[in-house]
Design a protein around this ligand. Structure first.
Ligand code: G3P
Length: 217
């Protein structure tokens, strides 16, 4: 499963990218607001840090303006992936943009039928928001499983990008189900490495190693 980081914070992106664990980045209008930076400037910087797809979201809701915004965003860098909302205008834009050979991430997906439409519109990625579904009392991961089945039934190439990830368990479940990608906030990506038995075991090995009096290098 590929890991994207869900942030527009360039220092977090640089830190995670240096670990060699990042396959891409997703941003959205709320994350741009949180960064306090100009969308074109910060997105260009992010595209220079990571080699993989960097999702940048259009702000328009109407097709013609979405296409104008997509053209501006596309000029930022070759690894830009245009993010459009799951509406009929968004799907129409998705078809046109992917038809030009550009990547599209269809966002704000909350149902299997929406994901089916996005695949038929040629989406590169579909972003089901699992955390926001959990917030309503439903199980967001069930949606990932449904989309996996539907995409496999018809051999759709659209990649499932599990989004709105709130816990390390979301990451594990996404991987078990066969999500192609998970976009994960930096803090949760960092939590993935942690296990108390790893810390305990390492302390014991280090203590024993010190007693040997040896050095490897
Ligand atoms: O990038 C979209 C997504 O991951 C949003 O997450 O936490 O705002 O529901 P959240």
């Amino acid at each position: 499963m590929k890991f994207f980081v869900d942030t527009a914070d360039t220092s977090e992106i640089s830190e995670l990218n240096a670990l060699g664990l990042l396959d891409g980045v997703t941003t959205n209008p709320s994350l741009i607001l949180k960064s306090g930076r100009d969308i074109l400037e910060v997105t260009k910087e992010i595209c220079g840090i990571v080699d993989g797809p960097v999702s940048a979201e259009v702000a328009a809701t109407e097709y013609d303006q979405m296409m104008r915004e997509a053209d501006v965003l596309s000029k930022i860098a070759d690894n830009i992936c245009i993010k459009v909302p799951l509406t009929f205008d968004g799907l129409k834009a998705c078809k046109a943009i992917t038809g030009d050979g550009r990547m599209v991430n269809v966002t704000l997906c909350f149902s299997a039928n929406q994901a089916l439409l996005a695949a038929k519109a040629g989406a590169t990625f579909i972003s089901p928001f699992v955390g926001r579904i959990d917030d309503t009392g439903e199980d967001g991961m069930e949606l990932i499983a449904e989309i996996r089945t539907i995409y496999d039934n018809y051999d759709f190439d659209t990649e499932i990008l599990t989004a709105s990830v709130r816990t390390v368990n979301h990451v594990k479940q996404a991987a078990l189900i066969g999500s192609d990608v998970a976009t994960v906030p930096p803090a949760i990506l960092k939590q993935l490495v942690k296990h108390p038995l790893t810390d305990k075991g390492l302390d014991a090995f280090l203590a024993d190693w010190a007693k040997t009096g040896q050095k490897i290098a």
